[in-house]
Design a protein around this ligand. Structure first.
Ligand code: NAD
Length: 321
């Protein structure tokens, strides 16, 4: 068995839960058309190839394409439920549409189960909790998720979001199993290590790292128009692309290799819509980043490393709630 196949096929335990995920997870945001128009045929082949190559962990949300990503995954995974680990979310339904009430969460979960053609999900997360209010998330949302876990609708529950201090606060004051962080550990950023990892380890939280390609910045297609990163970060991404191509490397593969090396992360979630992407991302696990390329990458990234787009007033609003 080759190194990359064994790396991907050995499932990893998600924190203290009994859920086991593949080291590389299939991100479902692009299946909702969040990056570019979707070719359904190619997406179907991408999902089939992912399963064949050992990627059995799929992430989605009602937010991705207003239910489209869940519906498409339900179709593409029909008949494969025993083979896959399914994660979906609740609480975010549009760019500016959030509802973290217990009643909506329950209704949302039922709708997700119908779209995904199953009677339980493996993981259910409250989606982008920093847009909610701390008081409601801790006092109503998470207790509602815990009830759904007790009822067997979800095997594990948790939260996703961007500001690491918000994720840390929730870990410290609740009984969640899983945290999904995005754009905080990849070639351009390493804040996850100092700001979330030690606490997650101590509490045995399953840690998921999403957006290893910095939501498209580290791809030839480039970032979508809605990407929130400062212009200097986007410009550095373009320079990394030029560097990789001039040296005969594929930037997404370098970026994924970097993330897959991280031992504290149960699974790295990358959005995929085409079989070529699946093949490249799986092959990335078996490659090495030559030290001279690493040094050139660092020279480009260092001036913008750890530059985020976290609005301080958002975190303040969350706390005031
Ligand atoms: P990403 O960094 O994974 O980038 C996705 C983009 O890269 C897409 O355009 C995809 O087509 C492209 N891509 C993937 N592999 C490629 C390859 N080998 N070559 C060229 N292009 C390639 O960003 P993402 O999709 O936003 O993040 C991954 C997943 O994590 C999401 O799909 C979603 O499931 C999850 N996520 C969750 C949250 C949250 O809960 N708040 C936030 C971000 C991401």
């Amino acid at each position: 068995m080759s190194t990359f196949t064994s790396l991907l096929q050995a499932p990893r335990r998600l924190g203290r839960t009994e859920v086991r995920v593949s080291a590389l997870g299939f991100g479902g945001a692009p299946l909702g058309g969040l990056y570019e128009p979707l070719e359904m045929d190619a997406a179907g082949r991408a999902v089939a190839l992912a399963l064949e190559l050992g990627i059995h962990f799929f992430d989605t949300s009602p937010y991705y394409g207003d239910g489209l990503s869940e519906t498409r995954l339900g179709e593409l995974l029909a008949g494969r439920r025993p083979q896959v680990v399914l994660q979906t979310k609740c609480g975010r339904y549009g760019r500016d549409e959030f509802d973290f009430s217990a009643a909506r969460l329950r209704a949302s979960c039922e709708l997700s189960l119908r779209r995904l053609r199953t009677d339980y999900v493996d993981v259910l997360l409250a989606h982008d909790i920093e847009f909610g209010r701390q008081e409601q998330i801790l006092g109503e949302t998470l207790p509602a998720l815990i009830r759904l876990r007790e009822e067997g609708k979800a095997r594990a529950i948790g939260v996703s979001g961007y500001p690491l201090e918000v994720l840390s606060e929730v870990i410290e004051s609740s009984e969640i199993d899983v945290v999904l962080s995005y754009c905080h550990f990849n070639l351009m950023i390493s804040q996850l290590d100092a700001q979330l990892l030690p606490l997650a380890r101590e509490r045995q939280i399953g840690l998921l790292n999403a957006s290893p390609l910095h939501m498209g910045v580290l791809t030839r297609l480039g970032p979508p128009a809605w990407h929130p990163a400062p212009p200097a970060v986007l410009a550095a991404g373009q320079r990394l692309l030029e560097l990789a191509e001039s040296r005969g490397f594929d930037l997404p593969m370098l970026a994924l290799r970097h993330c897959l090396d991280h031992e504290g992360i149960a699974s790295t979630l990358v959005g995929m819509t085409r079989p070529e992407q699946v093949a490249a991302n799986v092959a990335a696990a078996g490659m090495a980043i030559p030290p001279e390329i690493r040094a050139e990458i660092d020279a480009i990234v260092d001036p913008v490393r750890n530059l985020t787009w976290e609005p301080e007033d958002q975190v303040a609003r969350w706390r005031q709630g």
